[in-house]
Design a protein around this ligand. Structure first.
Ligand code: GLN
Length: 484
């Protein structure tokens, strides 16, 4: 079935006319129809439009670009012209918000002939680590349907792992690409802040949000990144740094490289199988020619608390636009403006979004700004400096993606702090704005996937992709598939 192909292998088959784009798209649609009732990764199906676009690709018959004719899903926060986009929130679902424009990323992909199949599930406005806060219900992990797919890009990760699409787009504010990728055994890349455009992607925390791909292997991530990265005049925070040909960096050879292993990531509470998986990966990287060096990132322990001040502060500001007048859910029979806002926002937002608006508004209030927000910004600078110091002597840094593998649905119910602690290892990179990759690195004793995190310096996507690709080719953990 062509839905199981990687982008590069599908491209070869399209180019040599061994398969057609219509067949490829149809095989993903068939797969979604057969397995997604159990997984719940797809929240909007745009199949007719996808098939039409595939037909057009076949008629034109030119498959020069590796993404032409390739079907993908977008997390439900990417605006696509004419396609309902809801951030998996009742705030937007109620009105079936349909953007009249494309995000820069979906526009770049569409222009190259890539084919969007629809929208994938996420925690509400991307707040969460399990997709349990989605108004469409939780996405189940293809490796064990009683467990979460991770979050917030649980839909994209589960869909890639279950071969419902060839790749997916996600966003990563505090780990939302890397953690679900690691829970589902696919690869996912958080880019340098500013490497990809945020234009047309619903904001959560604007100084932390990045958008990036999830795919079946690192080579595919390199292909996608080449297509979507680069300056966008519509996003003032996107960088001018030239976009390299990432696929050229994938040599499979790590000779001469030094890779840092930070001692702060091997803390009490990390699952034994996860730690063993990472230690075994160290050996593989050494065999590939890299030198491993123990390093210290001393402010790591403060990253999660810093994030949970800064992120809600920015959330409280970004959520202000959903007031039932400019955007979102509306309600009838209230004639007083303040009561109207209260009713609309109480009805439209779920508990986690409300919690963050409250925390953020508190942290930004005049009396507490210095004690919380300003202090957190200072700690953010210290964390950034940790990485700058480390990258003076190493080319890349590795760690676990998270302290544990996927957990049972409902395991953190009523305990937001436990959910926040899922992000301890994926937040420091966010503070520093550096790129980080999650690649499959084995399974625990219950056959649940484990993820290896590979970090690079700012704008250093080439390095992380090079290490990830070499590791993957040597181990092939990414090729293992769930039984569905
Ligand atoms: N789990 C983190 C949070 O809830 C990360 C979310 C994200 O990266 N979008 O904030």
């Amino acid at each position: 079935m062509s839905n199981t192909l990687t982008i590069s292998s599908a491209h070869e088959k399209l180019r040599s006319k061994k398969i057609s784009a219509v067949e490829l798209v149809q095989s993903c649609i068939d797969r979604i129809e057969s397995v997604d009732k159990d997984i719940n990764a797809v929240v909007y199906k745009n199949f007719d439009a996808a098939l039409q676009q595939a037909k057009k690709c076949d008629e034109e018959g030119v498959f020069d670009h590796p993404l032409t004719g390739i079907p993908y899903l977008t997390k439900d926060v990417f605006c696509e012209e004419g396609v309902p986009t809801t951030a998996c929130s009742n705030m937007l679902r109620d009105k079936d918000y349909t953007p009249p424009f494309h995000s820069t990323t979906t526009k770049r992909l569409t222009d190259l002939g890539a084919i969007s199949l629809g929208k994938a599930n996420t925690d509400e406005f991307t707040m969460g680590a399990s997709t349990e806060t989605s108004c469409y219900g939780v996405t189940k992990n293809p490796w064990n349907l009683e467990c979460v797919a991770g979050g917030s890009s649980g839909g994209p990760a589960a869909a890639v792992a279950a071969d419902e699409c060839l790749f997916a787009l996600g966003t990563d504010t505090g780990g939302s690409i890397r953690q679900p990728a690691s829970f589902c055994n696919c690869t996912g890349l958080r880019t340098t802040y500013g490497r990809t455009s945020r234009y047309g992607v619903m904001s959560m925390a604007s100084s932390l949000d990045t958008i990036g791909p999830l795919a079946k292997n690192t080579e595919d991530l390199a292909i996608i990144l080449e297509a979507i990265a680069g300056k966008d005049p519509k996003d003032g925070t996107s960088g001018n740094t030239p976009v390299p040909k990432y696929t050229d960096a994938l040599t499979g050879n790590l000779k001469g490289m030094t890779i840092g292993l930070p001692k702060e990531y091997f803390i009490e509470g990390i699952e034994k199988d996860v730690e063993e998986g990472i230690r075994a990966s160290v050996k593989v990287l050494e065999e590939l020619g890299a030198t491993i060096k123990e390093i210290s990132l001393p402010h790591t322990q403060y990253a999660a608390s810093t994030y949970y001040i800064l992120c809600p502060s920015e959330v409280s500001s970004n959520m202000a636009r959903y007031d039932g007048i400019r955007f979102g859910h509306t309600t009838e029979g209230i004639n007083n403006l303040n009561d109207y806002y209260t009713a609309v926002r109480s009805e439209g937002f779920g508990a986690e979004v409300k919690r963050r608006i409250l925390i953020g508004t508190y942290a930004l209030s005049a009396g507490y700004f210095d004690a919380y927000y300003r202090k957190a910004q200072k700690v953010r600078t210290l964390i950034t400096k940790d990485f700058e110091d480390a990258f003076a002597s190493v080319d890349a840094i590795i760690s676990p993606v998270g302290p544990n593998v996927s957990f049972k649905i409902g395991a953190h119910e009523g305990d937001p702090l436990a959910m926040y602690l899922e992000d301890v290892f994926t937040i420091p990179q966010v503070m520093a704005g550096i790129p980080a990759l999650s690649v499959p690195c084995g399974f625990d004793s219950n056959n649940m996937p484990i993820g290896l995190q590979i970090m690079g310096p700012q704008w250093g996507e080439e390095v992380v992709l090079k290490v990830g690709d070499a590791y993957e080719k040597a181990t092939q953990w990414n090729e293992k598939k769930p039984n569905l």
